[in-house]
Ligand binder design. Structure first.
Ligand code: HEC
Ligand code: HEC
Ligand code: HEC
Length: 341
């Protein structure tokens, strides 16, 4: 019995020394070119697949507007700037550098063939450890991750021409106008109009995206590439310094639920117009214009405010308080009403 124990202790010590030598003397070859020993690749890949399946949300959590063309377009424009470097797009080859990653990123067409939407959602939000696959840079922005998944789902039936129609043929990230529209007049429901905002507000928003206090994986990707001068330039290019939303005379719709909520409020929710105009009181904080703003964007932002997930800027507290008791239904009514102005 004593001999057996002695042997076990000696073998254990030898294994420990062998392991420490591999680590300490650099005996393990980390060369990406060399790849893994036979079998290791299979183990890692199976672990990856099973881990994703175990942790992905249920299929019932897939949003029902995943096929919305505006969502697909937004996802496509972000993918072009943030993901195509590794995964390419339909009709395009992967770069030599991307092909030399190990494990290699699959071409997007191949990537989408392996997974259901809820799996892709999890992979894009969480990333994959020890591979080049990054996680979504912004917390609490599942809505954005789903927009990227909307694009990935659409890729299944896309030709090279469809891709060019969505994002243009030129390489590189999308421009401000590709997403926000010519002169900032966005026609995409999920992308805000900039032409109704003041330059100061635009500049401040870009700074908040850049320093991460306003969380958006899509806009943070853009804003981290902007220096102060460029921020000033684009803010005055897209913004309008007009006193917004002054006209409210003789409205036709002052009986609608939207009008009443926005201008009179309820016992829980203050009237939006007392800060956002046109009935702004003198001491109210300067709040951005909402008239004509994109509907999908308004819904998202109101939910973020209500749930305490948007909290940037000195004036954010006002809006957090105003939104805290909004119901999903009121959000829908308000977004529809403001978007229609
Ligand atoms: C630096 C390179 C890189 C970038 C940038 C990148 N990925 Fe990946 N991605 C990978 C790698 C590598 C894998 C494979 C992981 C594995 O097999 O272990 C992967 C896997 C995936 C998969 C699963 C594919 C499969 O077959 O299992 C999806 C979906 C995906 N990426 C989407 C995206 C999206 C969307 C973006 C942009 C937000 C993105 N990736 C950005 C490298 C990248
Ligand atoms: C890939 C598409 C895309 C690109 C490119 C893009 N944006 Fe955005 N932008 C968005 C989306 C989506 C939002 C909403 C983000 C959020 O939920 O906070 C947004 C939000 C903004 C906001 C905040 C607006 C508000 O009402 O609060 C500003 C300002 C802005 N973008 C300016 C710019 C400028 C300037 C550029 C170019 C330097 C640019 N964006 C490039 C998609 C884009
Ligand atoms: C007490 C003043 C106040 C009231 C009342 C108020 N807001 Fe706001 N709201 C603000 C301020 C201030 C901001 C800008 C916050 C910032 O810059 O971070 C804002 C921002 C917003 C935004 C983000 C706009 C954008 O372009 O990013 C939306 C959407 C919004 N409010 C909708 C509403 C709605 C709908 C109501 C009515 C239910 C409402 N607000 C009531 C002060 C208010």
């Amino acid at each position: 019995m004593k001999r057996v124990l002695q042997t076990i202790v000696i073998l254990g010590a030898l294994a420990g020394i062998a392991g420490a030598s591999v680590v300490g003397f650099g005996l393990y070859n980390v060369s990406a070119r060399q790849g893994h020993w036979p079998g290791v690749k299979w183990v890692l890949h199976t672990t990856y697949k099973q881990s994703v399946r175990l942790r992905s949300p249920a299929a019932s959590e897939i949003p029902d507007d995943l096929a919305d063309p505006d969502r697909v377009a937004l996802g496509a424009l972000h993918f072009k700037g943030a993901c195509s470097f590794c995964h390419a797009v339909p009709g395009q080859l992967q770069s030599a550098t991307a092909q030399s990653l190990n494990p290699g990123p699959p071409h997007v067409v191949e990537a989408v063939s392996r997974w259901e939407p809820q799996h892709m959602f999890w992979i894009v939000r969480e990333g994959v450890k020890m591979s080049g696959m990054p996680y979504w840079p912004a917390r609490d922005r599942d809505d954005e991750v789903w927009s990227v998944v909307a694009y990935l789902e659409a890729v299944r039936d896309m030709t090279a021409e469809d891709q060019v129609a969505l994002t243009g043929g030129e390489p590189g990230a999308a421009s401000c106008s590709a997403c926000h529209g010519e002169e900032g007049r966005s026609t995409n429901s999920y992308v805000p109009r900039l032409d109704i905002l003041k330059p100061d507000y635009i500049g401040e928003a870009l700074e908040h995206y850049r320093n991460g206090t306003r969380r958006s994986g899509i806009m943070q990707q853009v804003a981290l590439g902007l220096d102060d001068e460029t921020i000033d330039r684009v803010a005055s290019k897209f913004g309008k310094d007009v006193a917004a939303n002054r006209v409210n005379a003789a409205r036709q719709d002052n009986e609608t639920q939207g009008y009443i909520l926005a201008n009179q409020g309820t016992k829980d929710v203050p009237a939006c117009s007392s800060c956002h105009g046109p009935n702004r009181t003198a001491d109210a904080p300067i709040a951005p214009s909402l008239e004509g703003q994109s509907q999908g964007f308004l819904v998202t932002q109101l939910k973020l405010w209500r749930d305490g997930k948007r909290n940037d800027g000195k004036r954010a507290e006002q809006m957090l308080k105003a939104a805290q008791d909004l119901s999903d239904k009121e959000i829908k009514i308000l977004a529809e009403w403001y978007a229609g102005q």
